[in-house]
Design a binder for this molecule. Structure first.
Ligand SMILES: *Cc1c(COP(=O)(O)O)cnc(C)c1O
Length: 423
């Protein structure tokens, strides 16, 4: 029998939400999501009820190693004790003020993040897509007020196979038909060049080019790594043409690839960097556009904003997340554990695997064309690994950066079992 909503509200008020949630079985949970939620994700057949570090459990008590890690957002592990403690303490004080007022927490967050990124100023947002939208607005206003581009003529160059989020402007400059089809008309002012091709970028630049917006490694595109030297060359090309360099490090940033930021591999420091995902310590959406003073100062009161962007709860969560990464050498862990994982997956020498590639703990395992990837995903789940395919038949291994060395070996072991399953 269907519960009516009014019963549910009484149930929650009388018994507390946790007791209500505990009564829901895995099958009931999945059925509700299918019936009442839009079907905009293809979801693995697993219902997670609890997490701890790099592992999660379903309602039946089965354990899994989380190799999706909320698309790299859970770098600190599920329920990182230090970040949870910081958030809980803030819950006794003040959480939400909007930026109509100053708060000590947000002030410290803006300073801390600017210094962490080695840049001057921060515009705080919530989701990654908002950080990218913020960077686009900054670049355009910089182009009109500082570079002298004529009104509404500014162009931003992006890369094929990019992923920058899901707003209408952002999907408008995606090369993935699935992201675009049915959602036009799109925002003009974007041009596309192949990823990793410096010559193509140089050729695409015109006097109206405001910025080049790109990921240093294309994560959603299939863990695609550009040729050595490309990032440094991109920086040079932007300098030569008075074009802003905007790195989208929402997924690659904060030690995921073995450095604080992937641009550091080639000292290709951006004018603006978009950050998000792990900045929220695996607990909250916290994002930002961080940049050089000359660019960031173009924003005047009223130009941009977000009700929740830069709130005290997000600020203490992000500050603690940054401190944990620095003090516990997440970058070093990511490098060492990423190498161990890559070596182990390569050593499986499995005929279904075409290539293993990655940097730090952002690793992709590309499977052969004749592998049924849906069946392989199921085999992974059955063997206690949660991983999802990105584009180009590449399974993602991006476990939390706090993952234990023994669990890395367990990932390799379980992957071997999944690959050997009948699919
Ligand atoms: C996930 C991601 C985004 C979008 O972030 P949301 O928080 O989902 O809006 C943008 N850019 C990159 C590189 C990402 O990986």
């Amino acid at each position: 029998m269907k519960r009516t909503a009014i019963d549910l509200w009484h149930d929650i008020v009388e018994n507390g939400i946790q007791r209500v949630v505990r009564r829901i079985t895995d099958e009931e949970s999945m059925a509700m999501a299918e019936e009442y939620g839009t079907h905009n994700y293809s979801v693995m057949h697993v219902n997670v009820v609890r997490g701890d570090g790099a592992r999660v459990w379903d309602g039946a008590g089965n354990e899994y190693i989380d190799c999706v890690g909320a698309y790299s957002a859970v770098a600190h592990g599920h329920l990182n004790p230090a970040v949870v403690k910081a958030l809980e303490a803030q819950l006794q004080k003040i959480v939400l003020t909007s930026r109509a007022y100053y708060t000590s927490e947000v002030g410290l967050f803006l300073k801390g993040l600017a210094e962490y990124a080695d840049l001057d100023m921060v515009c705080p947002m919530n989701t990654g897509a908002e950080a990218v939208e913020t960077a686009i607005k900054l670049a355009r206003k910089w182009a009109y007020t500082k570079k002298g581009i004529a009104k509404d003529k500014a162009e931003i160059i992006v890369c094929e196979d990019n992923f920058h989020g899901r707003t209408t402007t952002i999907v408008g400059f995606s090369s993935e038909p699935n992201y675009r089809e049915g959602f036009g008309p799109f925002t003009p002012g974007f041009r596309m060049v192949p990823f990793g091709d410096a010559q193509a970028l140089r050729k695409a630049i015109t006097p109206n080019t405001a910025a080049f917006l790109c990921e240093p490694i294309q994560a959603e595109g299939g863990i695609l790594i550009p040729p050595d030297g490309w990032m440094a060359e991109v920086r040079q090309i932007c300098d030569d043409n008075n074009v802003l360099l905007i790195w989208d490090e929402i997924q690659t940033g904060f030690c995921r690839t073995g450095r604080k930021f992937a641009w550091q591999y080639e000292d290709a420091k951006p004018d603006i960097v978009a950050v998000g995902k792990p900045l929220g310590g695996g607990l909250l959406p916290v994002s930002a556009a961080v940049g050089r003073l000359e660019v960031m100062e173009v924003f005047k009161p009223g130009d941009h904003g977000s009700t929740f962007g830069g709130n005290p709860l997000a600020a203490v969560t992000a500050l603690t997340a940054l401190a944990e990464m620095e003090v516990n050498d997440y970058a070093g862990r990511s490098t060492v554990l990423g190498e161990r994982l890559k070596k182990g997956l390569v050593a499986l020498n499995h005929p279904k695997v075409v290539e293993v590639r990655g940097k730090g703990l952002l690793v992709g395992m590309e499977v052969a064309d004749d592998v049924d990837s849906k069946a392989l995903t199921k085999a992974f789940v059955k063997n206690g690994i949660l991983t999802k395919e990105t584009r180009s038949r590449t399974f993602r291994f991006a476990p939390p950066l706090v993952v234990e060395e023994s669990l890395i070996d367990e990932i390799i072991e379980r992957t071997s079992r999944a690959l050997n399953a009948d699919c």
